[in-house]
Design a protein around this ligand. Structure first.
Ligand code: 4AD
Ligand code: MG
Length: 463
């Protein structure tokens, strides 16, 4: 007898096979004819396998008739063609082992609709719901697709550190890493003396692996890092997390246009893979979350992204006649409402904005000849807004130094980053895709907290 997944047991080619299936009960229904229907789910797919449990099973009265949502079981039996609607197979059980009961009085996931807000309070159990099972599978598919894409393109996967002493984005939104006693830290005058801390200086959780991965791009060419990143920004929005996953490719000898081309091909590849590999889950999102998700992805993989200079975007927004809450002015960052106008109303597709004002972008972006803008690019998508941020990097030593000073960064802290420009500097570029923003866009989920297993947000890190 073979242990098989529910996904495999549901397929017609399993008919006639003796199998073992293991999972959790979703529902039990008793027939007057003296047997019970069990719906078992193991997370391998959205659907359940229907199990027929006859009253002749030795533990029928003592255990099977007490099964309820959340109980765990091993089922041995033969897969049959199912006469019922909604499934092609079912298992006639020969033996059912009950591993764990789930008290119906207290088990929170009874068969009724639960709000996503409520499910966040039981984040340890929400993976057992249809929505979160589907999210797990889509998120996994996206992660695999990311690796496949870069591996097939000849990129090397670089593991950049989580603990860092430099602020990549220069925004000062970092979590401190320290082993000093908070009640009694060593002092130098009024200030805490971090030279006595674990690393002999201030250390933080990284906001981006970019600076480190640039060292490898400037040695082995095309690289990417893919890991958790941390931002201590106090933004309680549906698109921000304090801990999120970012994939950051970095390419030597790539200019901004090469990078926009790569980003567009990369996103289309991910969307195509999800459509091909998770059709059942995508149907579910289309039915339950957002009816447009499949059409949107199908349209995007066929279409071309719009590419628009920041300055042109400002003109379009000003001429739009829209009553924006935040007025549009050159030199200001776009607000969500502006991004949504461009992607949802004006162009109705992903938009790559590039050449932003130097004052609103980090120090490492390459200065354009106009002196006012930098070779930045953001990829915006409908509803979610920015999912990719990237740029061509400033490869000229003097210009980079000036930009650091301009942004109040101490060049001594970045001596090794500056060295890349002193020794064999090359034009190079890269970007970061927020994994959760991508999953949010693909699935249509309204809140980013519901596309990561255990969200970290201001005031919340329970599980
Ligand atoms: O635009 P960001 O800040 O770019 C960087 O960090 C660059 N160092 C990347 C690079 O060029 N290598 O962040 C990149 C992406 C955003 O477009 C967004 O998708 C996501 O990371 N992101 C967040 N996702 C969830 N919660 C947050 N607080 C996020 N901040 C950024
Ligand atoms: Mg950004």
């Amino acid at each position: 007898m073979q242990k098989v997944s529910v996904a495999l047991a549901r397929r017609p080619e399993s008919i006639g096979q003796e199998v073992i299936v293991q999972g959790w009960i979703r529902t039990r229904r008793d027939s007057k004819a003296g047997f019970s229907f069990l719906e078992v789910n193991d997370g391998s797919c959205l659907g359940n396998i229907q199990v027929i449990a006859e009253a002749t099973l030795p533990n029928y009265e003592s255990q099977i008739k007490r099964l309820s949502a959340g109980c765990s079981v091993t089922v041995e039996g033969v897969v049959h063609q199912s006469p019922g609607k909604g499934q092609s197979t079912e298992i006639r059980a020969r033996r059912i082992v009950v591993h764990g009961e789930a008290d119906t009085e207290t088990y929170p996931l009874q068969k009724k609709h639960h709000s996503f807000e409520f499910l966040r309070t039981i984040a340890h159990l929400r993976p057992r719901t249809n929505t979160f099972g589907a999210i797990c599978r889509v998120r996994n598919c996206v992660s695999r697709s990311i690796h496949n894409f870069f591996q097939e393109e000849g990129f090397l996967y670089i593991h950049t550190p989580i603990i860092t002493t430099s602020d990549c984005e220069g925004a000062g939104q970092m979590f401190r890493v320290t082993t000093l006693d908070p009640a009694n830290p060593p002092k130098l005058g009024q200030e805490v003396d971090y030279t006595q801390d674990f690393f002999g200086r201030c250390a933080y959780l990284t906001v981006s692996g970019q600076l480190d991965v640039e060292c490898f791009a400037c040695a082995v060419g095309k690289v990417y890092t893919f890991g958790p990143t941390f931002r201590a920004e106090n933004s309680n929005t549906s698109r921000h997390l304090a801990e999120f996953w970012m994939v950051e490719p970095e390419m030597a000898f790539f200019d901004l246009t090469d990078t926009m081309d790569l980003a567009e091909r990369f996103l289309k590849r991910i969307f195509r893979d999800v459509l091909a590999q998770c059709p059942e889950d995508m149907q579910f999102f289309a039915q339950r979350i957002d009816p447009t998700v499949i059409d949107t992805l199908e349209r995007i993989v066929q279409s071309q992204f719009v590419r628009l200079a920041y300055t042109e975007a400002v003109e379009i927004l000003k001429a739009s006649g829209e009553a924006f809450e935040f007025p549009v002015a050159w030199g200001h960052d776009f607000q969500a409402e502006h991004e949504r106008y461009l992607t949802e109303k004006r162009f109705r597709c992903p938009v790559i904005l590039y050449d932003y004002p130097r004052t609103i972008k980090p120090f490492y972006m390459r200065l354009n000849d106009d002196g006012r803008t930098v070779r930045a690019m953001d990829v915006l998508v409908p509803k979610v807004g920015e999912i990719i941020g990237g740029s061509q990097r400033e490869e000229r030593y003097d210009v980079l130094l000036e930009r650091m000073n301009e942004q109040g960064l101490d060049p001594d802290d970045y001596w090794w980053y500056l060295d890349l420009r002193r020794y064999g500097t090359v034009p190079h570029s890269g970007f970061g895709l927020g994994l959760e923003r991508a999953v949010q866009f693909i699935t249509g989920m309204g809140n980013i907290r519901d596309v990561i297993p255990f969200p970290r947000t201001p005031g919340s890190a329970e599980f």
